[in-house]
Ligand binder design. Sequence first.
Ligand code: C2E
Ligand code: MG
Ligand code: MG
Length: 650
Amino acid sequence: MSKSKKDILQGFSPSMDYRSMLLFIGVGLIIIGLTLWNWHYDLRPRLVNEAESNARILAASHARAIESQFQNISGSTDISVIHNSINEMLLINDPSSGETLYRGIALEVDYDVFPANYDMVNIDVGDTNCSACINSENPIYNYKTGELAAILKIYANPVFYQHLVDDIVDDLALMLGGVIIVLVLAWLTSNRLLYNLREREKSLLIEVAERRSVEDRLQQIATYDQLTNLPNRYLLQADFTRKLEETARNRKMLATLFFDIDHFKQINDMHGHEAGDALLREAAGRVSDVTRNYDLLARFGGDEFVMIMSNVENRADVIYVAEKIISSFNKVFSLHDAEVTVTTSIGISVFPEDGDDPSELLKNADLAMYRAKADGRNGYQFFNAEMNLELQYSQWVETNLREALNNNGLELHYQPQVNLDNGKVESCEALIRWPQGSGDNVNPADFIRIAERSALINDISHWVLQETCRQIHEWTDAGYQTVRVDINLSGKDFVDKGVLYNFLQILRRQNLQPHQIGVEITENILLESTEQVIKALTLLHNAGVHISIDDFGTGFSSLNYIKQLPLSGIKIDQSFVHEAPSNKDDLVIIQAITLVGHGFGLDIVAEGVETEWHESLCKGVGCNTMQGVYVSEPLSAKAFASKFLKRSKT
Ligand code: C2E
Ligand code: MG
Ligand code: MG
């Protein structure tokens, strides 16, 4: 295992240096001690022996020199010559340094024996009692015995010895001093080297630690969502597979919970992106709090979250968690300067029943979430096979609808809108038809909903507008007095390249007036992008385009929007009209909408008028216009014109 940075840096504490210094000094002292010991018990006697043998050699050579000197002076009678010669002979120098070690003074010469028997010369060497005299008892050198004369023994005497020893001790002290200096220098150098090495190692470690922390940060950014700190979809993918394998091994269940915040876009638009971010952060925190440690919660993107519950025993455990997530949204969310209440809708897919790989389980959970939303939001929905059929149907629609669009496979039918006061057809609604070879039509509500999931809806809306323009011209050319044709647009027509942004331009190019084509939008469009929607609608409204809210009362109904939007009319959803005769509440709703709508000067259209009763009821509450099979079903262009359009007077 690698050491931690702290552990490693601890090795660089100063105490380490003191220890090594003490160690060095200790070793040095031991070496010095051993040397002295060795010198005392081993070197010293050797030195003594050495000195004695040197002295012996010197003495012998000196004796020979003296002998030859004696021979040289043997014939001399001059006492001073003899004296000087003997003095010279007795001058003993250190052979190595040349220093005078002993100076003898010959005071007395036994001329009787000299020079005939010169080995018995009596020389007084300054000592009056002549203890060191050289005479017949005390010769300089006895060639017979090899004995040295007393004077010459000085080579081996303690003084001389001491002198030699002093020299050696001086040398030794010098040597030891040198050794200590070398040791200290070696210690300093090695310590410096060691210090440099450690410094280098330390900086390398810091560099490595810093690089590792940068790498960790990059890894964090790549795998975690920076807003909520939850794992992102990439980490989710990786962990998902692992959890799936583990669950399969344990023969348990795995649940994928896919959820988002209902009407999140509206919060973003109304309160700003910062508030939206704060909401996401808070929601992530709340859901994390109800998540078990071994469940994986990730931000999938936007306001979408995914929770993976592995090793689950049964669906009841999943329901328990789903309900906890839903109720975690119950409390008001305090954003920057606003308090909002939001809900969540959860789609759930289960392994192994609903799929055995992450992408399939995610797709099915997502599908189930849309069902949960369709069922009224603020709830959960398990995936089921029916949803799969829906998915297959969606895929079929997506592929074939584009083909139909490109190959004239779509048509528009027209349904009259009748003024309840005078019974005149003053406008009509264009409704798309996708006929099949069998003679049936694909349900527009279904395929439009699917087309709205992609950019296909924009192409459809463009086509509807162009086709309506063409049809108006065709009717005019055929001699009919045309009425206003209302087309249905979708939320996506408000985005960048949506038809609403070049609506007026298209009308101009098609040589039509803004009042000839009206626009129907559903309330839910308002959730998409309020500010953008209002801007675009105001432009059209000011130009004279009739704008009405379709299916009013079914979606995100808010009378507040009626006040804010540049509207010309409201179309009350047909469900209220159908029920109104039998359901007093629905009648009250129609009355209320009409009252408020009129208050804002709007034209009130009753949709789905199927009977005379419906007609009189709608008329009774004050609706201005009716639309429904009671008057006519949507008809082909030709049939509509012949039945409801008047001929122009020629
Ligand atoms: P919508 O805009 O509310 O259109 C009215 C729907 O009610 C039409 O259904 C029409 O055929 C039907 N209807 C009319 N009178 C009656 C009646 O008396 N009783 C009953 N039960 N229904 C009646 P359709 O044509 O199936 O269209 C369904 C929905 O599809 C439309 O609802 C609209 O939301 C959408 N849609 C249709 N055409 C288009 C289009 O060109 N573009 C877009 N974006 N959406 C379209
Ligand atoms: Mg409509
Ligand atoms: Mg409608």
